[in-house]
Design a protein around this ligand. Structure first.
Ligand code: EPZ
Length: 431
């Protein structure tokens, strides 16, 4: 298994290009199931999760090609995917696939909408929490789906062969359930209203793509989505929006090490709460024509009290990275995780580097220490792993991050992007 070796203590200076958003690219690729025409997606990041989803979609009959060569001379511009689901050849998404990537559960809505039936494995729990799918199922039931659970699979049928519009009121905000119902509603008969929809920018990106495919959607970017379903949808060309979590991750890394970096292609409007938090810690954030600049010179890191919330609140996907930054703050910070019940697995690993963190239920209290010290650490999930990279960049001496495959799921060319800005970071291949 590959490892990442970091020698900490170097400031970051330079330019980091921001990739297309993983969490938009995945549902956008799934949207290709809704039409027999070609869906072209630009700015797709080259990530393990994207490649795995492409394989999963191929099983369902999606023809997938990548324009040009993989090793593009301008890799930061992302790849262009052509996806064509002329026929859905298999309406089953098997356990072996769905258990490897939860987002593949989101094929349920579109396959059901297009074919009138679908059989998709339940994804099971994962490192960050139990992650149920009840909201996905009640949402689809409101569109006329009849659902049974059989042998670990969701077996869904559309009453009378086709989903019909309905009113879905989510009792809790869920990104995945919103995607699933939104995608299904685009091909359902009549109008669907989703209330308390997630407002994450990636939902808006998918909705905008569906509009290009011929769906009529009102309320994009708000918590009430009104979708007029179509009998069929067309192909479209769509550019994946920049990754706000990658943006925030590098922004926090610069704040942690000190330095001055332009996050090229980043959009401040996608992560205002996170950038405001960063400014509270003493970093300087400026929007420039070609991205966001983050600077921190000499001064220490100020502590912060914050809780994770659905968009536009502080994102759970940046909680671990913020904690790494707070590990060397001048005082005590408090971070409350309200989205996932078990998203603190980085705490033990950060402690191995000398961080002083106490956990009480959903709340972490971080007493800033003067120095972290390098050590071998273990990545547990995607965002936790990158928090260890940030801590390693700050720590004195050498840190080795094991189980790097977690990072490869969601960060494109991480070592390269950081080392170009002066970090001493390298991948050690298992051989
Ligand atoms: C998406 O996961 C993201 N994944 C996650 O990013 C992100 O952390 C999360 O949204 C929250 O922002 C992708 O976009 C691929 P949810 P999702 O449904 O959709 C509960 C990463 O690192 N819930 O919004 O699975 C759930 O348990 C990943 O890129 C139900 O109770 O998250 C959680 O407490 C990790 N019933 C809360 O809702 C349901 O049916 C929010 O989960 C569904 C969810």
């Amino acid at each position: 298994m590959d490892r990442i070796k970091i020698v900490g203590g170097h400031k970051l200076e330079g330019v980091i290009p921001i990739s297309g958003a993983k969490n938009a690219a995945l549902p956008l690729m799934i949207a290709s199931l809704l039409t027999g025409d070609r869906l072209t997606l630009k700015n797709v990041p080259n990530l393990a999760d994207v490649n795995l989803l492409a394989r999963i979609l191929r099983n369902h009959g999606v023809d997938h090609s990548i324009e040009g060569k993989r090793a593009s001379p301008t890799p930061h511009l992302g790849e262009t995917f052509h996806l064509t689901a002329r026929d859905i050849v298999d309406t089953t998404a098997p356990y072996e696939m769905v258990s490897r990537m939860r987002a593949s559960f989101w094929v349920l809505g579109p396959i059901l909408a297009r074919m009138g039936q679908a059989r998709v494995s339940l994804p099971g729990g994962c490192a960050i929490g139990t992650r149920p799918v009840d909201l996905h199922l009640t949402g689809l039931k409101a569109l006329g789906a009849e659902i049974d659970i059989d042998g670990g699979y969701v077996v869904a049928k559309a009453a009378h062969g086709r989903l019909r519009g309905g009113r879905v009121v989510f009792p809790k905000v869920s990104v995945g359930a919103t995607h699933n119902v939104l995608l299904a509603a685009a091909l359902a008969k009549g109008e669907t209203v989703i209330e308390n929809a997630a407002r994450e920018p990636e939902i808006g990106d998918v909705a905008n793509c569906l509009v290009k495919m011929g769906a009529h959607i009102e309320g994009i970017g708000t918590s009430t989505l009104r979708i007029q379903g179509r009998d069929s949808l067309e192909g479209a060309v769509h550019t994946v929006l920049p990754d706000r979590i990658e943006t925030g991750t590098f922004a926090f890394a610069v704040a942690a090490t000190g330095g001055n970096v332009l996050l090229e292609g980043a959009r401040a409007g996608l992560l205002e709460t996170a950038l405001a938090a960063l400014e509270q810690t003493g970093a300087v954030v400026t929007q420039e024509a070609d991205g966001i600049r983050v600077r921190r010179n000499g001064s220490g890191v100020d502590p912060i009290t914050i809780e994770t919330q659905p968009f536009p609140g502080f994102p759970t996907d940046l909680q671990a990275q913020l904690m790494a930054l707070m590990a060397t703050a001048r005082g005590t910070s408090v971070i409350r995780e309200t989205i996932f019940e078990n998203r603190f697995m980085h705490v033990q690993e950060l402690a191995r580097l000398g961080a002083d963190i106490q956990l009480h239920g959903d709340t972490a209290t971080i007493r800033g220490v003067k120095h972290l010290k390098g050590a071998p650490v273990m990545a547990t999930d995607l965002r936790a792993s990158v928090s260890l990279v940030i801590a390693g960049l700050v720590a004195d001496g050498e840190t080795t991050v094991n189980r790097v495959y977690h990072l490869d799921r969601g960060f494109e060319r991480l070592e390269e992007k950081l080392s170009r800005c002066g970090a001493r970071i390298e991948r050690i291949s298992a051989g």
